[in-house]
Design a binder for this molecule. Structure first.
Ligand SMILES: C[S@@+](CC[C@H](N)C(=O)[O-])C[C@H]1O[C@@H](n2cnc3c(N)ncnc32)[C@H](O)[C@@H]1O
Length: 270
């Protein structure tokens, strides 16, 4: 992929928002060790009860364990490739699980349904694909429309630290060697970052260099950074109530040592 510039990225549904998800086999391999959020959302769904709406359902990393535990889940995602992988995984599930987990292609800012959901979630940085205030407003309006009157909206995103934004542009931050699931090749993986402090959008190039010297490839991934106080204000002024922020899927108070901000709130009183 030829390199495109940060200024050309940072729009919902564009290459920076979706290219990383065009390779679901790599996605599943890269994040297979993330387990705490899976257990957290599964327990939450059992406690709050379904039906659950998951925005950015992806390959079902969070949704499948909820459905296997007996909770009805509606998943929505904009990536055809991620949904194809989820549908392929569903084929191998029992008829009961298949009946419990429904999947739709849609944009989280626009997707509509006549159903109402007791729990609405957006896990693992999905909200970082909302790049502008208008994106956030459109998304929050959909959430409020689709929540039951006593329903809960829960999502998480990585806690941004100054050093995350001060990574040197043009420098390769080396990672490990890994086996690329699509080509079967051993590749050296590294990352390159660039940050736009005005739009609060960070571009990360995920770079793959086969160790056999054959041509490599790079994939852009853009995240809008949200700061906890900013997110709290956005939710508050959109009318959400009982806003709580906890740390790292442990239900501990959010502290400066946290890695993950977990947000829980309710919609406006009707
Ligand atoms: C980091 S993944 C999370 C996937 C899954 N929830 C998990 O925890 O593994 C973010 C997901 O958001 C989806 N996404 C990005 N922009 C979207 C949009 N505007 N509307 C709906 N889904 C979107 C991506 O396709 C991707 O599957």
């Amino acid at each position: 992929m030829s390199r495109i510039e940060l200024d050309q990225l940072g729009r919902a549904g564009d290459l920076g928002a979706l290219a990383h998800y065009a390779d679901p086999a790599y996605y599943d391999k890269a994040y297979a060790s993330r387990r705490e959020d899976v257990a957290y959302y599964r327990e939450l769904a059992l406690r709050v009860g379904g039906p659950v709406l998951e925005y950015g359902v992806g390959t079902g990393r969070l949704a499948l364990p909820m459905a296997r535990a007996g909770v009805e889940v509606q998943g929505v995602d904009l990536s055809k490739a991620m949904l194809a992988q989820l549908r392929a995984r569903l084929v191998k599930e029992s008829p009961e699980v298949r009946a419990r987990l429904r999947v739709a292609k849609g944009d989280m800012r626009r997707w509509k349904s006549d159903r109402r959901f007791q729990l609405v979630i957006a896990g693992f940085n999905t909200v970082l694909h909302l790049y502008t205030r208008r994106d956030v407003e459109a998304f929050f309006a959909r959430v409020q429309q689709l929540l039951t009157p006593r329903g809960r909206f829960v999502f998480d995103f990585g806690l941004t630290r100054p050093e995350d934004l001060a990574l040197t542009p043009g420098r390769d931050y080396s990672g490990m060697r890994l086996r690329d699931p699509a080509s079967g090749k051993l590749v050296k993986y590294s990352e390159r970052f660039e940050y736009d402090p005005v739009r609060q959008v960070q571009l990360c190039w995920l770079q793959f260099a086969p160790v056999d010297g054959s041509p490599g490839w790079s994939v852009p991934l853009t995240h809008r950074h949200f700061f906890p106080q900013e997110m709290e204000a956005l939710l508050h002024y959109a009318g959400f109530r009982d806003i709580e922020m906890t740390a790292d899927f442990q239900d501990l108070p959010l502290s400066r040592t946290a890695d993950w901000v977990v947000v829980s709130c309710r919609g406006p009183r009707r």
